[in-house]
Ligand binder design. Structure first.
Ligand SMILES: Cc1ncc(COP(=O)(O)O)c(C=O)c1O
Length: 395
């Protein structure tokens, strides 16, 4: 009998991390691989944030803190929600974890009973279904169509709800599509959710600040009737290029916040005291970085979308947020190209043209692939040329 637990057997390692590792291996073997698989901004953490961390070390801010975050960071998060989202929370409605991922993990561990269903619109961020499975829940995957910009419609939502539905996860802007829900679209989904009073909503807003074309970000907790059963998760990883610092947070119902803290107290305890001090500066200091960085991402998005739409066999929507695009490669699959599924396309692209991307099926929707454009224009130009000649060789 295997030493590995049955619950662990239910899940698989992250496919995005697998692609990044494969690209790293090929690079180590001397290949000129361009990685478009990673889910992190290529910008450095802004200096004012680094300085705050250095100051925390110098002043001895190096001890255990309260399990679910220092009062200073909770206050900074409280102000952020009020300033940016017009949402008011008490400090005991806020929790801080080691990355948004830990906050999500703790949330589902703390609230899911065996057999509880969680509605996950696909394409989805790869970790959602596996976290739910680990917690003993049942992911209810709802495929969203390209013609709906990969977004959940009220009709599909209604159809997916059952007596066992405990949570629904919304992620806007989305990883992997970059699609972002408008206020109107959220209001339409809310009309359905208001009727089902036992369902909780997890809003993953981690890409809130990576948004283009003056898009007005709106989050579902802003719907008054849903606020008391919405947990809004966010973090500093993507907004402030702080992926390695590991700070994520959430605000919502006290009962859930307390339960998250209980789990954290018996696992990792507090997130790093130094990273928390840095996150205070990120949320309360100058926000100039967000604007400059978004301008740069926008230029890359436009370039990548235009380039992909000029490649025979590919088509690509222009998303409003995040740093991903999700091109359709269905025309290049089939007998003629001998590539059956998107995974074959992605593997051949890496092998022949040395460009690393991730297949759509890893995110729950076949026939697509995800490109992360969080890399230099120079790399993107080279990558687009390689993808073009690869697709040309298939036609
Ligand atoms: C949609 C989404 N949610 C949450 C996270 C977690 O981010 P972190 O744990 O770095 O805060 C990620 C990271 O890739 C993500 O893409």
């Amino acid at each position: 009998m295997s030493i590995v637990s049955n619950s662990l057997k239910r899940i698989k390692p992250s496919p995005t991390i697998a692609v990044t590792s494969k690209a790293r291996e090929m690079r180590a073997a001397g290949k000129d691989v361009i990685g478009l698989g990673a889910g992190e901004p290529d910008f450095d953490t802004p200096n004012n944030i680094k300085e705050a961390a250095i100051e925390a070390i110098r002043s001895g801010d190096t001890k255990y803190t309260a399990v679910d975050g220092t009062p200073a960071l909770k206050k900074a998060i409280q102000s952020k929600f009020l300033r940016e989202n017009n949402l008011s929370y008490n400090l005991d409605q806020i929790t801080v974890g080691t990355g948004g991922k830990q906050v999500l993990y703790n949330t589902f561990m703390a609230t899911i009973n065996k057999g509880d269903e969680v509605i996950i619109p696909a394409p989805y961020w790869v970790s959602y279904p596996d976290i739910i499975l680990l917690a003993g829940g049942k992911p209810k995957i709802v495929k969203c169509d390209e013609q709906d910009n990969f977004k959940l419609t009220p009709k599909k939502l209604k159809k997916a709800i059952s007596k066992k539905t405990k949570w629904i996860i919304l992620n806007s802007p989305s990883n992997p599509t970059g699609s972002t829900y408008t206020k109107k679209e959220i209001q339409e989904l809310s009309k359905v959710l208001i009727k089902y009073k036992k369902i909780y909503i997890l809003s993953d807003d981690i890409y809130e600040h990576i948004i283009y074309d003056n898009f007005n970000f709106f989050t579902i907790a802003q719907i008054e009737k849903l606020k008391e059963r919405t947990l809004t998760m966010n973090g500093v990883s993507k907004s402030y290029s702080m992926t390695g610092w590991r700070i994520g947070y959430a605000a919502g119902p006290r009962e859930i916040i307390k339960a998250i803290s209980k789990i954290q107290s018996q696992s990792t305890s507090n997130p790093s005291s130094i990273s928390q001090a840095a996150a205070v500066e990120a949320l309360s200091g100058t926000q100039e970085f967000i604007k400059t960085r978004s301008d740069s991402f926008k230029e890359r998005r436009n370039f990548v979308v235009n380039s992909l739409n000029n490649i025979n066999g590919l088509s690509c929507l222009k998303p409003e947020g995040a740093f991903y695009v999700f091109p359709n490669c269905k025309k290049l699959l089939g007998k003629k190209t001998k590539l059956k599924i998107d995974k074959d396309f992605v593997e051949k692209l890496l092998e022949k043209s040395e460009v690393a991307v991730v297949q759509g099926s890893a995110f729950g929707l076949d026939g697509y692939f995800r490109i992360s454009y969080a890399t230099s224009m120079e790399n993107l130009k080279k990558a687009m040329e390689r993808i073009k000649s690869f697709c040309g060789s298939l036609n």
